[in-house]
Design a protein around this ligand. Structure first.
Ligand code: AGP
Length: 618
């Protein structure tokens, strides 16, 4: 939530790069955008409510061109409504210092009161302005140079409760200074001979260098051309190694697609192949993870798995729970990370906490995993961002190779998580000696052959079918998604996709639970999508379709079970595969139906209202 960028250049003009950086980070929040540059011996700010385009328009006079240093911000509002005044950057009274912030200063009211008593005034309702004024006052008191700024920040931070990624820009007597400070939310730095760059994620730095530094908690970094000076919490200089990033900066574009979401849906055949194929050892009927992770000893030592995740990633986690229990026989619990961390959880000896997260920076997932570690669990992660906090803090990681996911609604990252979970379940089962080689090989062969099946769901004809279903039902009062077994979480995910991008009320439900309440909702104005794959629960789910029909409900069957298509009012057929792998295929038409309903309703598909991609605050 909130994206921040900053740069200090040797020569040239910083503003264009800041705007490019913000356009890449806009998925993190889009309530307002702003930039500050060093200018005429001080700092100048332009900021605008709403999308980045409004800021670009405000910068149209060219007055911000030619500065060597600047910072920028794209906001997901926490304190204070989206407005020009509440937009970042915020400035100090000195007129020589500006700050952008991602996070929350929890004790800002107390700090604000103190500063008000000392005669300070404020022009916004934000927590960030309080912090900015505080730093600025101390900086001026300390002498107003570079060293004074580091001292001021080190003096203020112990008084602050909360989480922050901060970029501080100041004009000192010896020139502009750019600082990056991190506690909680991510901050990535890249340094070349031409400039020093910071960003909330690697996408903002990749246009300049593929060698990026992920700052650690409590780091304070001075950044400039050829310069990265970091001190840790105790004020000691530390070295933070750069890590080479594989992502191509062009991966974050839309290509020829109207929306990132549609592009990302279409990338799924590649993503699934990248995540799975090199890890499959068909000869041995087994899975090999990089660096020998999840070896036999590790697999045998696990008594229980606690899955921790949020939103879509938790739906992947629920699928993982069916796979791991079903194939490896390990008891699995799953929980919303936000619930786990506050419910006084009890973990048995031998628990592995498995975090599932696209970004690797979700605040609740990180906190829940840390708590699990404190309670004695070992930690593992399924994650899409190498170098993210979640990966750095986990003992074992399975990377999903989905590439950057920009659309706020997760699609390719979800299917990649499900693929990774499938591989993990098989490795655990093989490592514990509970799944016969030929059985494992059967599933892995199916997975090896899944690519053309995924592609068949993305042909013009297949997409047209999803669009047709969307057109038929877009006006319905509500949607119910039903599924059983491993396809129950697929139903939850289908409903979430529709809610978040089309703003339509939708419920995901276990098909067998329908009779215990939701059946009362059913009438002709409710569309019921039933996800049903060939397999052991297909017949039971078919019975649910009949029950819905008997009450006048409009049924759409999605999946490989032909008998369901024969009885449902309409259908979206999906190729047959192993029941264990069916969630990968069944999710795709649901993504497309949600996409087209959102399109029909004229929604902002890549940037749904009120949402942000990476939830780095509680
Ligand atoms: C889903 O479309 C959402 N973007 C959201 O539920 C997301 O999956 C959740 O916030 C978790 O994010 P993470 O995978 O980065 O941890």
């Amino acid at each position: 939530m909130c994206g921040i960028v900053g740069a200090l250049l040797k020569s040239g003009s910083v503003t264009e790069g800041l705007i490019d950086g913000l356009s890449v980070l806009e998925y993190r929040g889009y309530d307002s955008a702003g930039v500050a540059i060093v200018h005429d011996g001080g700092v100048s700010v332009r900021k605008k409510r709403g999308r980045l385009a409004n800021l670009e328009e405000a910068l149209g006079d060219g007055a911000f061109l030619g500065a060597l240093a600047g910072i920028g911000h794209t906001r997901w509002a926490t304190h204070g409504e989206p407005s020009d005044a509440n937009a970042h950057p915020h400035t100090g009274r000195s007129g020589k210092l500006a700050v952008v912030h991602n996070g929350i200063i929890e004790n800002y009211i107390e700090l604000k009161r103190e500063l008000l008593n000392e005669g300070e005034s404020f022009s916004s309702e934000t927590d960030t302005e309080v912090l900015t004024r505080y730093i600025d006052r101390l900086w001026v008191e300390e002498g107003g140079d570079e060293a004074a700024l580091v001292r001021a920040i080190r003096g203020v931070l112990p008084r602050v409760t909360g989480y922050y990624a901060l970029a501080v820009l100041a004009q000192t007597p010896t020139g502009p200074v750019l600082l990056a400070i991190r506690k909680g939310p991510p901050l990535v730095v890249g340094v070349t001979e031409d400039g020093g760059y910071l960003s909330s994620d690697q996408l903002g730095v990749l246009p300049y260098t593929r060698n990026v530094v992920f700052l650690e908690d409590s780091d304070i970094a001075l950044i400039g051309p050829g310069r990265l000076d970091v001190v840790d919490a105790s004020g000691q200089p530390v070295t933070r190694e750069a890590r080479a990033i594989e992502w191509d900066p062009s991966d974050s574009g839309k290509g020829d697609y109207p929306h990132h979401m549609l592009k990302e849906i279409h990338e799924q055949p590649d993503v699934i192949a990248r995540t799975a194929f090199d890890r499959i050892d068909l000869g041995a009927g087994d899975v090999r993870f990089e660096g020998g992770a999840f070896d036999d000893d590790f697999c045998r030592s696990i008594e229980r798995i606690q899955i921790l995740a949020c939103g879509t990633a938790l739906h992947a986690g629920q699928i993982a729970s069916y796979l791991i229990e079903g194939l490896a026989g390990i008891p699995v619990d799953f929980d919303f990370a936000s619930e786990f961390r506050y419910r006084n959880p009890r973990l048995v000896h031998g628990t592995v906490a498995l975090a599932i997260t696209q970004s690797g920076e979700t605040a609740d997932t990180l906190a829940a995993t840390r708590l699990a570690r404190e309670l004695g669990a070992r930690t593992a992660a399924i994650c899409n961002v190498a170098g993210s906090t979640q990966v750095r803090e986990s003992e074992a990681t399975i990377l999903t190779h989905a590439g950057p996911e920009i659309g706020v609604a997760s699609t390719k990252a979800f299917t990649a998580q499900v693929v990774a979970a499938t591989l993990l379940a098989i490795r655990l089962a093989r490592g514990r000696g509970v799944l016969h080689e030929h059985k494992a090989r059967e599933i892995l062969e199916e997975l090896r052959m899944i690519r053309p099946k995924v592609e068949s769901l993305l042909t013009d004809a297949a997409i047209a079918r999803c669009r047709e279903v969307a057109q038929q039902h877009a006006g319905k009062r509500g949607f119910l998604f039903l599924g059983r077994g491993v396809n129950f979480p697929v139903a939850l995910e289908g409903a979430l996709k529709l809610k978040e991008i089309a703003y339509v009320h939708a419920e995901g439900y276990a098909a067998g639970e329908m009779k215990h309440g939701p059946i009362a909702l059913i009438d002709t104005d409710m569309a019921i999508l039933v996800i049903n794959a060939e397999g052991k629960v297909a017949e039971k789910t078919r019975a649910n379709i009949e029950q819905v029909k008997a009450r006048g409900g409009v049924t759409i069957s999605v999946g490989s079970d032909a008998a369901s298509h024969a009885i449902a009012a309409s259908s979206i057929p999906v190729p047959a595969t192993s029941e264990w792998l069916s969630p990968i295929l069944n999710s795709i038409p649901l993504q497309l139906v949600a996409y087209h309903i959102a399109e029909i309703h004229g929604c902002d598909i890549d940037k749904p209202r009120n949402l942000a991609k990476s939830v780095t605050v509680e």
